[in-house]
Ligand binder design. Structure first.
Ligand SMILES: [Zn+2]
Length: 158
């Protein structure tokens, strides 16, 4: 069985970040477990959009071992509760595609779905928030503030 310290191919952004874990800013290490690391999505126009990133370089859910799969369920559950408390969202969307060039490393999106989200941005259309101009991206300071609030909520969970 592969270890969590397996390095991925050159040029994998997720592996590069996993390898530099202790140097990452708060927005890149909201929650770190044995199998997963949680970060705020980059280049994203929706505050609180989180990604749960595998600690080792795999590209499909089918490659997870039982412990990683169990942890994935618990992590998405904890994040969903924390996002609901911190952002006031109605619910969370959870999805894994790992299709974009350079981002095939397995990651699970956990997206706060706001009560007032326009109909044309609901469901899969919420991904429009990952295709906005840079001027609309969530600022790093805002991501770090959210990261702190979410981490505090998670730490207080039973
Ligand atoms: Zn990787």
């Amino acid at each position: 069985m592969a270890s969590v310290h397996d390095s991925g191919p050159d040029g994998c952004y997720s592996c590069d970040c996993n390898a530099a874990l202790t140097d990452l800013p708060p927005r890149q290490r909201i929650l770190v477990g044995a199998g997963w690391r949680v970060a705020h999505a980059i280049n994203c126009a929706l505050p609180g959009w989180l990604v749960v990133i595998a600690r080792r370089h795999i590209t499909t859910v089918a490659e997870l071992d039982a412990a990683e799969a169990t942890e994935m369920g618990l992590v998405t559950w904890r994040l969903s509760r924390a996002l609901t408390e911190v952002t006031g969202c109605a619910k969370t969307y959870v999805a894994a595609f790992s299709e974009a060039a350079g981002f095939t490393h397995l990651h699970v999106h956990v997206v706060p779905r706001a009560h007032g989200l326009p109909a044309d941005e609901q469901g899969p259309a919420v991904f429009t928030h990952l295709r906005r101009p840079a001027a609309e991206w969530v600022p790093e300071g805002t991501m770090d503030d959210l990261a702190g609030a979410l981490a505090a909520r998670i730490a207080a969970q039973p």
